[in-house]
Design a binder for this molecule. Structure first.
Ligand SMILES: [Zn+2]
Length: 447
């Protein structure tokens, strides 16, 4: 007998939508589309709703250890489940920074027993920690950010020779290099000039990271990663110029993927004027023109991954930036609003339904080497599933959030389409606004 049987479902597979049933046993999908004849311990009639592969989010900040006033693994993965996300990759900008095997081991111990969804962790690469890459890789870590700025001391990655060596070491162990699109010396110079001249509003913050600093940073890293032949992933593509540059460098992108954040699709200078620090994030929001270029890049395949960059802060921390934007920390909550916003875009005809899940589930699973175990609905894949009601209309409200902080830059936005249930390896985790899973059910994925 099977464990779980969904009936009257529309199942989103890579071959299109199949109508009928989906059966789960021992956490795996074992049959799709069989109309009848299978028996299960539990039968869920989902009344014609869509079952899609759970989202795989390559970019979340769950803040543990060090910043648990903002978020922790329990609340972060709870918010993930509420957003239809079943696998997350957690960032290393903790305190202390996760930049060694020892730090990874310590972090794993701290978060053990808390996760509702499956996860892996990143290890930040520092110039004096290149030997840690192999050690962490042997312990199942695959993703290595080689960022100029991370934590409270320089990483050394702004030195091109060091960055090149780091990429080579990641290639040696068949790891994944995470690349930021950022020439940080240009960003810091511009920021210092703005601050010294007393410019301290949200609009000044948005100016501090010039477009050329993003495209130059991306171009340099694409060339280096291509030369090394390392698998690499570009983070937070946000401008028209970077999109055009990636498009023109298609021949160099054979081992490289690129990611955009939902906030850069939906928010821009024009529609966040009154939000102050509550619209301030690491790679700032850009213009409507840039957002339009990102939509085009998403639809034409220039960019193939959507990741939330969920990075929330307390309301009090953000309010410090009301008088002076430089006093508040950059980052926004995003993991719960991501899927409803993208489904709304599907309903508006801006994005195909298949394309949404290709970019938010299938492709990120491929980037991690987790496909087809995750990121797709196939026989023998993990039963990581999100049940979607494409017709459901609702309002985004901070108070409804399962994250630790209860605010959102999308307050009162009307959305059409929402995740109504989430299953992690066949375990019912989120249903109709409530978390019903158990903390600790999420596994550390050794990759
Ligand atoms: Zn981030």
């Amino acid at each position: 007998m099977d464990d779980l049987l969904f009936t009257d479902a529309r199942i989103l597979t890579e071959k299109g939508v199949i109508e009928g049933c989906l059966s789960v046993k021992d956490g795996k999908i074992i049959a799709i589309g069989a109309e009848s004849g299978r028996d299960a311990k539990r039968i869920v009639d989902i009344g014609g709703k869509l079952i899609a592969p759970g989202l795989v989010d390559l970019h979340v900040h769950f803040r543990e250890p060090g910043f648990t006033q903002k978020e922790d693994f329990l609340t972060g993965t709870r918010a993930a489940a509420a957003g239809g996300v079943t696998t997350v990759v957690d960032e290393p900008n903790n305190s202390p920074v996760t930049n060694s095997l020892e730090a990874i081991t310590r972090k794993r111990r701290i978060i053990e027993g808390k996760a509702y969804v499956d996860y892996t962790l990143q290890m930040a690469v520092y110039a004096d920690g290149l030997d840690e890459i192999r050690k962490a890789r042997e312990a199942g870590i695959i993703a290595f950010p080689v960022f100029d700025e991370l934590g409270d001391r320089p990483t050394g990655m702004e030195n091109t020779v060091v960055l090149y060596e780091a990429l080579r070491r990641i290639k040696e162990v068949d790891g994944l290099a995470l690349l930021n699109c950022r020439e940080s010396d240009l960003v810091i110079k511009k920021m210092n000039r703005l601050r010294e001249s007393g410019r301290n509003t949200l609009s000044d913050y948005m100016d501090h990271f010039p477009h050329e600093a993003e495209s130059l940073g991306a171009e340099k890293r694409i060339l280096l990663a291509h030369n090394v032949g390392v698998r690499a992933h570009l983070r937070e593509v946000s401008t028209l110029e970077t999109v055009q540059m990636i498009r023109s460098m298609k021949g160099y992108m054979d081992t490289i993927t690129a990611e955009i954040r939902p906030d850069h699709l939906f928010l821009n200078h024009e529609n966040t004027k009154d939000l102050g620090p509550f619209a301030q994030q690491w790679t700032p929001l850009r213009t409507k023109n840039d957002s339009d270029a990102l939509w085009e890049a998403l639809n034409d395949g220039t960019v193939n991954v959507i990741a939330s960059d969920h990075a929330t802060h307390t309301r009090e921390e953000k309010e410090r930036g009301l008088d002076n934007i430089w006093n508040s920390p950059p980052g926004l909550p995003a993991i719960e609003s991501m899927l409803p916003l993208l489904l709304t875009a599907v309903n508006q005809g801006r994005l195909g339904l298949e394309r949404l899940f290709e970019c938010a589930s299938t492709n990120p699973a491929k980037v991690l080497g987790l496909y087809p175990r995750k990121g797709t609905i196939k026989v023998e894949s993990d039963a990581d599933l999100v049940v979607v009601d494409l017709e459901k209309e609702s309002m985004i409200r901070g108070k409804d959030s399962k994250a630790k902080t209860h605010w959102t830059p999308y307050e009162d936005w009307k959305v059409k389409g929402a995740p109504v249930a989430t299953y992690v390896r066949g375990m019912e985790t989120y249903v109709d606004g409530e978390i019903v899973g158990e903390p600790g059910q999420g596994w550390f994925l050794s990759l």
